[in-house]
Design a protein around this ligand. Structure first.
Ligand code: FES
Length: 186
C-alpha cells in the first residue's frame, strides 16, 4: 500500500497536523448481477477452504463485485463447509462488508475511540444532514458508513472517501470534500 502524506488545507505544517492519504486497491465498479456467480466462483477456486480464509475471500468478492451478493452465500458456505447462517453472520458482523451495491461514492466516518474523542459523532450527525442519508444507509449517489480506525488516529476525526483518507475533518471541510466529488451538483 502506498502512503503519501499531505498537509491539511490551510493548516501549518507540523507532524501533528499531517493528514494521511492512502492509496488502496481500486474497487471494481459494480457489475451486472449475471456476472457475480462467475466472479465468486473464481475467488473461491483460488481460495483454500480453511475458515481463516473466509474473511479475505469475502473482502476479495466485495472488492471485485462492489458488495457480497446475497445469492452467493450458499456457494461460499459450501466452499468453507459452513452453514449459510454462519456466512451470513460474518457478512453482517463486519462493518466493511455490504450486501447491496454501494452508491457512486462511499463515505466512511471513523467511529473508533480516538476519533470519537475529537468529535466524529458530531461530524457524523452533520454528514447525515448534509448527505440526506443515515449512517449505514445511502442511495445511488452515496453510501455513508462507519469505519473503525483508518490508522490516522492522531489526526481525527478521520473520513475516508473512496480510497482517500482525510484527517482533522470539520463540518466545513467535510462539505468542501463532498462538493468536490464528481457529480456532486447533479
Ligand atoms: S481511531 Fe479514527 S483513525 Fe484510528
Amino acid at each position: 500500500m502506498t502512503v503519501t502524506r499531505t498537509t491539511d488545507v490551510g493548516q501549518p505544517v507540523g507532524l501533528h497536523r499531517i493528514a494521511h492519504r492512502c492509496t488502496l486497491p481500486p474497487m471494481t465498479d459494480p457489475i451486472q448481477d449475471s456476472d457475480h456467480t462467475e466472479i465468486v466462483a473464481q475467488v473461491l477456486a483460488a481460495t483454500a477452504s480453511g475458515y481463516d480464509h473466509l474473511l479475505p475471500a469475502l473482502l476479495d468478492i466485495q472488492r471485485r463485485v462492489g458488495f457480497v451478493p446475497p445469492r452467493s452465500i450458499a456457494a461460499i458456505a459450501q466452499h468453507f463447509n459452513l452453514s449459510r447462517a454462519d456466512v451470513h453472520g460474518v457478512v453482517t458482523f463486519y462493518q466493511d462488508l455490504r450486501t447491496a451495491p454501494p452508491g457512486r461514492h462511499v463515505v466512511q466516518i471513523c467511529q473508533a475511540e480516538a476519533c470519537q474523542a475529537v468529535g466524529s459523532r458530531e461530524l457524523t450527525t452533520h454528514a447525515e444532514r448534509r448527505l440526506g442519508v443515515a449512517l449505514g444507509g445511502g442511495d445511488a449517489r452515496v453510501t455513508l458508513s462507519a469505519g473503525y480506525c483508518f490508522g490516522n488516529c492522531a489526526c481525527g476525526p478521520t473520513v475516508r472517501i473512496g480510497d482517500a483518507v482525510h484527517g482533522r475533518v470539520t463540518a466545513q471541510t467535510f462539505d468542501a470534500l463532498i462538493d468536490a466529488l464528481p457529480g456532486s451538483s447533479e
